[in-house]
Ligand binder design. Structure first.
Ligand SMILES: *Cc1c(COP(=O)(O)O)cnc(C)c1O
Length: 428
């Protein structure tokens, strides 16, 4: 085995350091496998109940009327997430697009959107109009306000109650931390916030940005009364196989409202062909619980490795997990760049290219992204990215298989060592 790793340029001390850490993680990995087992049964059960058949794997073209595979896949998502309805479409270009149509479809001029988990994900700032942008909700007369999380990372329930006004139509909750240094919210915590919001007014639409959270726990926010949950298919639920897409699941009326934005008023979810993508959508969702488990193992391994080297890691090496993201505070741009270069060198695709920081649409600072992925930009595949801004966090995620995630972390360590940024003989 060590010669296999040596063939990737991994030094013996790095390999052995990794092995020692792996030995300490067996109990946690077993627990993750149990969650994957539970969620795998959930998915298979839903596919059986919805009578997924060979015919569902055929695609439609053009308008896509009566697309059996597409409609049945949406039923499968509804069953797994315990919602009335779902939209699961290749027409939804990404997670931001899914969130954008869920918001725009349900908000009207004069309504207010209240984010109760602090500043939303970078790309949503332009959707909402927090940063002025053409076509934003702000341009259509939708106002925005925000309640930050408390310093301990919990919801500010009193602040939320006080911030809800008669014009508050929707509340947004972001489960994952995004490019932020805060804790990811657990499904249980999210449930408490939803209960609090609905106790003030039961007709407020609570939308949870569920990106990176699917299948990490045995329940989803929709099990605890979220009106809408939204995510990307090139993250957890696509299982690495869906080549594009997003989903919106929740109350029928709100999902339909989103569909009228996805296509247009009147047409809604009736149009939109699945093209030839049904097989990868189904198979990806089938794989998703186990793929998510692999990514989680990689994240926990990374936390343990970098914590022992004296870096701040979030979540830390021992705490419970609610998404697949691992943040490591690397304290310098050079370290972020070296880390990402190492991850890239572990990839099955494009391992020979070198990632560099650059400006990205929707992001305010230069961002460096390492992703040698089968699906462009897929972050359920082994990937790392970070905006080049203090405190120089890198966000590591994905790994379709645990061994590939492990290789990525060892390669990141090697790149840090080669750049003179770490010294294994001085580890804590
Ligand atoms: C990835 C992500 C998004 C946006 O998804 P894209 O597919 O990149 O548009 C939104 N919110 C969170 C928390 C995310 O992690």
């Amino acid at each position: 085995m060590d010669t296999m790793y040596a063939s990737f340029g991994i030094d013996r001390d790095i390999y052995e350091f990794g092995e020692k850490i792996c030995e300490t993680l067996e109990d946690r990995f077993r627990e993750i496998d149990k969650t994957a087992e539970y969620n795998q049964l959930k998915v298979i059960g839903a596919m059986q109940q919805c009578r997924v058949s060979q015919a569902c794997l055929q695609g439609t073209t053009g308008y896509g009327y009566n697309d059996l595979g597409r409609d049945t896949l949406e039923e499968v998502y509804s069953k797994v997430f315990h919602t009335e309805a779902a939209l699961v479409r290749p027409l939804i270009a990404c997670g931001t697009h899914a969130l954008s149509i869920a918001l725009a479809g349900n908000l009207r001029p004069g309504d207010e959107l209240l984010s109760v988990s602090g500043k939303p994900y970078d790309t949503l700032e332009e959707v909402i109009g927090i940063r002025p942008s053409r076509g934003s909700l702000a341009e259509y007369g939708v106002t925005y306000s925000q309640v930050d999380l408390l310093p301990d990372g919990n919801f500010d329930l009193d602040g939320i109650r006080a911030a809800i006004k008669p014009k508050t139509k929707m509340c947004a909750i972001q489960r994952s931390k995004g490019y932020d240094t805060r804790r990811t919210l657990s499904v249980a915590q999210i449930g408490q916030a939803i209960e609090c919001i609905h106790s003030v007014r039961s007709d407020i639409i609570v939308m949870v940005d569920n990106c990176y959270g699917e299948f990490v726990e045995k329940t989803e926010p929709s099990d605890l009364d979220a009106d809408l949950i939204v995510g990307s298919l090139i993250k957890n639920p696509g299982g690495g196989l869906a080549p594009v897409g997003g989903y919106i699941a929740g109350k029928k009326e709100y999902v339909e409202n989103a569909a009228f934005r996805m296509t247009c008023p009147g047409l809604g979810s009736e149009v939109g062909p699945s093209l030839g993508l049904n097989p990868s959508m189904y198979q990806g969702f089938f794989m998703a619980p186990v793929v998510t488990a692999s990514a989680l193992k990689g994240a926990i391994f990374a936390a343990n490795v970098y914590e022992q080297l004296g870096y701040e890691v979030l979540p830390n090496s021992t705490e419970s997990r609610h998404d697949i993201i691992q943040a490591v505070t690397l304290r310098s741009p050079e370290a972020v760049i070296a880390f990402c270069k190492g991850i890239q060198k572990a990839a099955p695709v494009d391992a020979h290219v070198t990632p560099e920081p650059c400006d990205m649409p929707g992001y305010d600072d230069p961002v460096i992204m390492a992703a040698g992925a089968f699906v462009e930009g897929s972050s359920i595949e082994l990937s790392a990215d970070g905006p080049i801004r203090p405190p120089y966090n890198v966000y590591f995620q994905g790994g379709l298989t645990w061994p590939s995630a492990k290789l990525g972390i060892l390669m990141s360590l090697q790149a840090m060592k080669d750049a003179g940024l770490i010294d294994l003989s001085k580890k804590e």
